[in-house]
Design a binder for this molecule. Structure first.
Ligand SMILES: Nc1nc2c(ncn2[C@@H]2O[C@H](COP(=O)(O)OP(=O)(O)OP(=O)(O)O)[C@@H](O)[C@H]2O)c(=O)[nH]1
Ligand SMILES: [Mg+2]
Length: 417
């Protein structure tokens, strides 16, 4: 590689006693054509810990200082090479484990959120400046900003902001994994199902009811989306103290999970029993999959007869966990539920809770402005809400960030980025 701005050299690195440490490649990037926007020298040496240590010691003894976590990206941000949302995406990119974590991080790093926010913000700034102008002429009772147009603009922006905040459900799920609890009566085949999904003998399976006492959590990647599977103790009334604690944990996990896979042994349970158990345990807004298990023992069973208004047909899956029958079908359904109603191709999905909270604040301020405009509220109060909205939107991309926010964000990076 060779150009005016960047050049690579081959050479030997000596310590202070003229002993050769390594043969190295040294790249020179002249500002602004570097990651941080400063003059940067990168040394590529062989990957031994001894060599790395020697090189670092040599550099430090010659006046270099070690980078803090995230310092390179922080400098890039401070030098205007990227905005805050892009800098945060670098951290997500480094930590990405699945295709979609990677895809969302890349989109954000390439300006997905930044462009969206910039557009909304500049439309608002135009109007806000007209309103501010009116305040300067407050004695004369003039209106530079067309109220009808402003209300319409606020309505449009609120719709866009709400789309963004709603995308956080998916964004968050993709980032941290979707909590999926496997629950049901003892011996229904929950642990067998966990093992089948993971394709390994992770949990102990036995014909003794009450085998699983504690919850077992494992991650799986389905078509690029991470699921956190939680196998639980079978739910029943019991006198056994340990099992009782296990059952309490099962109920807790059901309450806090996004998806419930209710495993039923169709040779043991009636439809009414299964449906009433699910209604008893499921939490609000939770997706439920009813897994009709042990089909191998009762192959004439028609699982669609289990459908009710609470459990639609497409969420009932006939299965034999033991024979791994329909496991791929279950995985497909889990994937569909995860991306339900949302375009996973969407480039502006909010994955960061800091972004979401600023967007929620912005929406609240706009709501105040909108109702204020309709009820003829004083111009200075409307101007204040618009100013705050612009501030909140700017906080996402770092146009208004304080040192405290920056320290918090870059502190979570690994050293060297
Ligand atoms: N025939 C048949 N047996 C199954 C199937 N799934 C599980 N079993 C058997 O059912 C018994 C209980 O299985 P587990 O997976 O331990 O059941 P569990 O729901 O985890 O039970 P607990 O941990 O006690 O709550 C074992 O003997 C399994 O081999 C299936 O699809 N067909
Ligand atoms: Mg079990």
């Amino acid at each position: 590689m060779s150009s005016e701005a960047s050049r690579m050299h081959f050479g030997k690195l000596h310590d202070s006693n003229n002993k050769i440490i390594d043969e190295v490649l040294v790249s020179i990037f002249r500002n602004p054509h570097s990651y941080t926007g400063e003059d940067v020298v990168e040394i590529n040496c062989h990957g031994s810990y001894y060599i790395l240590n020697e090189v670092l010691q040599l550099l430090v003894s010659n006046g270099a200082t070690l980078a803090e976590p995230g310092e390179f990206t922080q400098r890039a941000f401070l030098n205007g090479k990227m905005d805050l949302s892009q800098a945060e995406a670098v951290a997500d990119l480094i930590h990405s484990e699945t295709e979609f974590q990677h895809r969302f991080a890349i989109n954000q790093m390439r300006g997905g959120i930044k462009d969206n926010i910039a557009e909304l913000r500049s439309a608002l700034i135009d109007f806000a400046s007209l309103i501010e102008l009116e305040l300067d002429f407050s004695e004369e009772d003039v209106e530079f900003a067309n109220r009808t147009k402003l209300i319409q603009l606020i309505k449009d922006i609120r719709i866009r902001i709400q789309e963004l905040t709603q995308s956080f459900t998916l964004g968050n799920a993709v980032k941290y994994g979707i909590s999926t609890v496997i629950a049901g009566k003892p011996n229904a085949g929950k642990s067998t199902l966990l093992n089948a999904l993971l394709n390994e003998e992770r949990a102990i399976v036995s014909e003794i009811a009450g085998t699983t006492r504690d919850t077992i959590e494992e991650k799986i990647n389905i078509q690029g989306i991470l699921f956190r599977l939680i196998d639980t103790a079978g739910i029943r009334t019991t006198e056994d103290t340990i099992e009782k604690m296990g059952v309490e944990r099962s109920l807790e996990k059901i309450q806090t999970s996004s998806i419930l896979i209710y495993v039923a042994d169709i040779t043991q349970s009636s439809k009414d029993q299964i449906v009433s158990d699910i209604l008893n345990y499921k939490s609000e807004n939770q997706e439920v999959i009813l897994l009709a298990n042990k089909m191998d023992l009762y192959y004439t069973f028609d699982s669609s007869t289990l459908a009710t208004e609470y459990i639609p047909k497409e969420n009932i899956i006939p299965c034999s966990a033991k024979n791994k029958m329909n496991i791929d079908f279950l995985k497909q359904r889990l994937f569909e539920l995860a991306v339900k109603n949302q375009s996973i191709q969407n480039t502006s999905i909010v994955v960061n809770s800091r972004h979401r909270s600023h967007l929620l604040q912005a929406d609240q301020e706009l709501q105040l402005a909108e109702s204020g405009l309709s009820s003829g509220l004083e111009t200075d109060l409307i101007a204040q809400s618009l100013r705050r909205t612009i501030y909140e939107l700017g906080s996402v991309t770092g146009n208004v960030s304080s040192d405290e926010i920056l320290g918090n964000i870059f502190g979570r990076f690994c050293i060297g980025k």
